[in-house]
Design a protein. Structure first.
Length: 329
């Protein structure tokens, strides 16, 4: 990786690192790999490529404090279906994308599975059934709204840009990118992880919503930094146009090195805002420490990805790494 990317600076303040790891890691990673091998829309070779990405380790770093094995597995299953849905359907034709999105939402709302459902839709149904006994009151509605945001505020726009091969403006990117990274649905899994029962008026408080938005932005910019060289190494006709560095380079007429510096500046400003928000939370009465714990765990979903990027040597974002060509339907 070129030094000007400065990947070591895509960190969060120390308070946003857990200092320990998931006690159910071994079982969770093993089950994650089993699920990957059940994805029959991919060839056996492609399934093994997915396994080789070691994404099971990402979920145990992002959710280090699951209070039961079942809760750890729910977080892992969410990561699996959302990541591979984004990979596989992110550039498919609009009618098929909309039809599959609508089917996922229907499944989450309780529709029964059908034998003809896509394998990833079956994983959504599996997650729904697993969370029925784990979710606090109101959680399913919040989770479904976040998935709808990912689909209809994010992926639909991003998919169209990819098909058109058009680099968005920075203003456009700021509007849709926090939704397309699938981070807001992933943050909903923190409630499952911790068996959290915060009141609805707290979990939907504007300050908490801002924290969630900032965490989603940070995950997006961090992902763009770690995946940039892989995208540049791909042929121009298939490389991703949705990357903060490329957007800033195109819009401001920058060199790639200067665009990477500008990208880090955007990331750093968001880090500082999140830290200030965390250190100056309004009063939530008897729930104050639980809210602080919740915000920390939201941030763990970003610091955990950074740990995964760096500590596990994942091939997912290396220029010559294990991308699965069969993702593109």
């Amino acid at each position: 990786m070129p030094a000007f990317l400065r990947l070591e600076e895509y960190r969060l303040p120390d308070v946003f690192y857990p200092g320990d790891s998931c006690r159910y890691a071994e079982n969770t990673v093993r089950q994650f790999d089993r699920w990957c091998r059940e994805l029959t829309h991919l060839s056996p070779q492609a399934r093994e490529q997915v396994v080789s990405m070691e994404m099971g380790y990402a979920t145990v770093h992002c959710h280090p404090h699951s209070t039961s094995p079942e809760r750890a597995l729910a977080c892992a299953l969410h990561l699996l279906w959302t990541t591979l849905f984004d990979d596989y359907f992110g550039i498919c034709e609009p009618t098929r994308l909309t039809r599959t999105q609508d089917r996922v939402v229907s499944i989450l709302r309780g529709s029964p599975e059908q034998p003809t459902d896509h394998p990833l839709v079956h994983k959504v149904a599996q997650l729904r059934d697993l969370c029925l006994s784990l979710a606090p009151p109101g959680w399913f509605d919040r989770y479904i709204r976040s998935v709808e945001g990912y689909f209809y505020k994010g992926l639909t726009t991003e998919s169209a840009l990819r098909r058109e091969r058009r680099i968005p403006t920075f203003a456009e990117l700021e509007r849709f990118r926090p939704h397309t990274i699938v981070q807001i649905p992933y943050q909903r899994m923190v409630e499952i992880e911790l068996n959290l029962g915060l009141p609805e008026d707290i979990i939907t408080h504007p300050v908490i919503a801002r924290a969630e938005h900032l965490v989603a932005r940070l995950a997006a910019w961090q992902n763009d930094a770690f995946s940039l060289m892989k995208e540049l190494a791909r042929p121009a006709e298939v490389g991703d146009v949705i990357n903060l560095a490329l957007v800033l380079q195109h819009e401001r007429g920058l060199t790639l090195e200067d665009a990477c510096t500008a990208m880090l500046e955007v990331y750093t400003a968001d880090v500082q805002e999140l830290l200030h928000l965390y250190e100056h939370l309004p009063s939530f009465g008897q729930h104050q420490e639980a809210v602080r714990n919740y915000v920390r765990h939201l941030a763990y979903t970003v610091s955990g990805l950074e740990t995964w990027y760096l500590a596990h040597g994942s091939a997912r974002y290396l220029p010559d790494g294990n991308w699965v060509d069969e993702y593109a339907p």
